[in-house]
Ligand binder design. Structure first.
Ligand SMILES: *[C@@H]1O[C@H](CO)[C@@H](O)[C@H](O)[C@H]1NC(C)=O
Ligand SMILES: *[C@@H]1O[C@H](CO)[C@@H](O)[C@H](O)[C@H]1NC(C)=O
Ligand SMILES: *[C@@H]1O[C@H](CO)[C@@H](O)[C@H](O)[C@H]1NC(C)=O
Ligand SMILES: *[C@@H]1O[C@H](CO)[C@@H](O)[C@H](O)[C@H]1NC(C)=O
Ligand SMILES: *[C@@H]1O[C@H](CO)[C@@H](O)[C@H](O)[C@H]1NC(C)=O
Length: 634
């Protein structure tokens, strides 16, 4: 391996000495579609499925590292120098709970094999939120653009090998990550070399008719079920404040900033899908927080998320490696607009999560979320309507943990409602009366007719005897600043009131589309119902002859959903032993794998969970242990 050292001075020597070359060639032979196959139409054009499984996968941050040397020294990014001490040695399948090393090929292969065996035939589509190259952590082997492209090409071939082959065509929707660039984080407006290269790498994934948009900005949308369900894949590099090659979505007229252009494009997409009564998932790599995004990109994204709440099923992102969820809310956006100077101050202080800034503390994410959870307005207010929560004002963002073992490798399988779906009938609203009930009184057609509000029906209190947080817990102070850009301010102006609508703070100058009957708000066709988080808990004790196994880490479902008669959200054989073949709901194991017991993943279910997490200490501690996959928050 000494040969590698020669590479240091010259990135150009990559082609000759890289371990990538032979492997990429091997993959090309193995892959069902050769890399030069130009016949894209068959794969990228949506085909109406005859049957839906009601399940999809979210996989993110694979970070394959072809330079990984098992038994290499962890402090060399696992690239060389075999140490004597056991605990400094790189494991065969990866090193858990460290940011020093990326994913060995063995881990990527094992993951792909498992997905192929257990899931590929059971999924309707795959969401893959980027970062398919190693990190730039090793000064002795700097990354090059060619290596990054080659790794993406290889990983794409592996994904296609599993999901696009002679047996199956499971649509994949992929996004660009901040490490899929050279240098990382930096991406210029397109068309450029990067967009051209990825248009080629993902030619079987990006729909043919999105090609020119993709060349401009590396974002696109894809109809998973034609005329019914779509996924919009964003290029978050144009929003990410570590990308110094862009201007951060300025609102000035005729802005050529790629972030602003992307927001404009997103608005057109959402309008169009809404008009067609379709539902969409929005996905991307870097999640939309004030800490991650340029201020105006964040505001622009948040506005669209809320303005099209009745069309967006949810928001799915990666990048953070930490399993969590958060929300964007109207009051926070109002606040941002009313006091931009506050925002920019905040921006300068906030920790961003880029890998290269490992030394910046991450300690406050869990704490920040707890403060957010604790600062939610009351569920119901008996005598003052304006104080009670209004679910029109929230968008929930789900961040999935990574394959790269920053903590432990992990993937997520979602289920969603397909109960009443048939190939001929599925688009929402076709059978619905158009009824004009605007969330904020502005004009515009509603696609869902109004019905009894079932979001407030259940009792918000759960009766488990969790210890509550003591009153001495540092609660959220009014207007205080938050780390990591999560800042939800209870100091609000109610923009849903007619008299406030024209205030400067009420930035939704355009119609807001929200409905209690949309799938993001109430369980019906397309509503996300839950997910199961799988992980590799035994990574550190496994070795070449004893590979690790994916196991259920937790599920969002009620335990009762695993007791027949039921459509198991997880195949029986993948359930933990204690949950197999249950004939009744056992009380004692309830919280181990199913701590949340969510009946669905609607906005109100998430907010109610957040409120419980803000109140119940034990439950919150479980949540934190899932955030870091059992590891310490570091
Ligand atoms: C991973 O799989 C590829 C084929 O897809 C194979 O060429 C390679 O040797 C495998 N690597 C490991 C470490 O298992
Ligand atoms: C309801 O609460 C709001 C906000 O706290 C307050 O401004 C308003 O005066 C209250 N209305 C009533 C009737 O108490
Ligand atoms: C799906 O939604 C329908 C209402 O449209 C409901 O009757 C059904 O129970 C839901 N299915 C599941 C699995 O929750
Ligand atoms: C591999 O791990 C298993 C189980 O932890 C252990 O029994 C076995 O001795 C290990 N093999 C080697 C070669 O270290
Ligand atoms: C559990 O159920 C599965 C499927 O119904 C069955 O194949 C298996 O034999 C059962 N196992 C036990 C221990 O009852």
């Amino acid at each position: 391996m000494r040969r590698l050292l020669l590479l240091v001075p010259s990135a150009l020597s990559f082609a000759a000495a890289s371990p990538l070359q032979p492997r990429a060639a091997a993959d090309a032979q193995q892959a069902p579609f050769s890399i030069n196959d130009r016949s894209t139409a068959a794969l990228t054009e949506p085909v109406s499925p005859k049957k839906l499984h009601g399940q999809f996968l979210h996989i993110t941050d694979i970070h394959p590292d072809p330079w990984y040397v098992p038994k290499g020294r962890v402090s060399t990014s696992c690239h060389r120098k075999k140490p004597r001490k056991e605990r400094e040695k790189a494991g065969f399948w990866g090193v858990p709970y460290t940011e020093s090393c990326d994913s060995p090929d063995s881990l990527v292969n094992l993951t792909m094999k498992w997905l192929d065996k257990e899931w590929a035939d059971k999924l309707d589509f795959v969401i893959w939120t980027g970062d398919s190259a190693r990190h730039d952590t090793d000064n002795e082997i700097p990354r090059t653009a060619e290596e990054i492209f080659t790794l993406n090409r290889r990983t794409t071939a592996q994904m296609e090998h599993v999901f696009h082959n002679s047996k199956r065509k499971v649509p994949i929707v992929v996004s660009l990550g901040n490490n899929d660039m050279y240098p990382h984080n930096i991406m210029y407006p397109g068309p450029n070399e990067v967009t051209h290269e990825y248009a080629d790498i993902w030619k079987n994934i990006v729909p043919f008719d999105s090609y020119s948009v993709f060349l401009r900005g590396a974002y696109y949308s894809k109809e998973i079920i034609p005329d019914q369900l779509a996924v919009i894949s964003l290029n978050t590099l144009y929003f990410y404040d570590s990308n110094k090659a862009v201007d951060g979505c300025p609102t000035k007229k005729h802005s050529e900033d790629p972030g602003r252009l992307q927001l404009n494009w997103l608005e057109v997409q959402l309008k169009e899908y809404r008009k067609r009564k379709m539902q969409v998932w929005i996905i991307g790599h870097v999640p939309p927080t004030m800490g991650n995004y340029y201020p105006e990109c964040y505001l622009g994204y948040g506005q669209l998320a809320l303005r099209f709440q009745d069309t967006i099923l949810g928001h799915i992102f990666g990048h953070m490696n930490v399993d969590h969820f958060f929300w964007i809310d109207a009051h926070e956006l109002h606040h941002g607009v009313s006091d931009p100077s506050l925002l920019s101050q905040l921006w300068n202080k906030i920790t961003s999560f880029s890998w290269s800034t490992t030394l910046k503390p991450r300690y406050s994410l869990a704490k920040t979320l707890k403060n957010d959870f604790r600062s939610l307005p009351p569920h119901k207010s008996t005598d003052n309507e304006t104080e009670a929560i209004n679910y029109d004002d929230y968008a929930i963002v789900n961040v999935g943990p990574a394959i790269v073992p920053a903590y432990l490798p992990s993937v997520r399988v979602f289920t969603y409602n397909v109960t009443d779906w048939t190939p001929s009938k599925g688009a929402l609203g076709k059978d619905q009366e158009l009824l004009d009930v605007e969330a904020n009184g502005a004009e515009g057609d509603e696609i869902f007719d109004e019905d009894k509000d079932d979001e407030h029906d259940d009792d918000d209190d759960d009766d488990d005897d969790d210890e509550e947080f003591g009153e001495s817990e540092p609660g959220k102070k009014k207007g205080s600043k938050r780390h990591h850009g999560h800042r939800h301010d209870p100091d609000k102006i109610d923009c849903t009131l007619k008299k406030n609508r024209d205030l400067e703070q009420c930035i939704f100058k355009k119609p807001r589309h929200a409905s209690k009957r949309s799938p993001s708000r109430r369980n019906r066709l397309w509503t996300p119902l839950g997910y199961t988080q799988f992980y590799l808990p035994n990574l550190d004790t496994s070795n070449k002859s004893h590979p690790p196994h994916f196991e259920v880490e937790y599920m969002t479902y009620p335990l009762a959903s695993l007791v027949p008669p039921t459509d198991y959200p997880v195949p029986q054989h993948l359930l933990p032993q204690s949950l197999k073949n249950m004939s009744e709901v056992p009380k004692h194991i309830s919280s181990q794998y199913t701590p949340y017991e969510l009946k669905d993943l609607t906005i109100s279910s998430w907010i109610k969970l957040a409120r419980r997490l803000g109140r119940k200490k034990k439950l919150f501690n479980r949540f934190v242990s899932f955030m870091y996959l059992g590891g310490e928050e570091d």
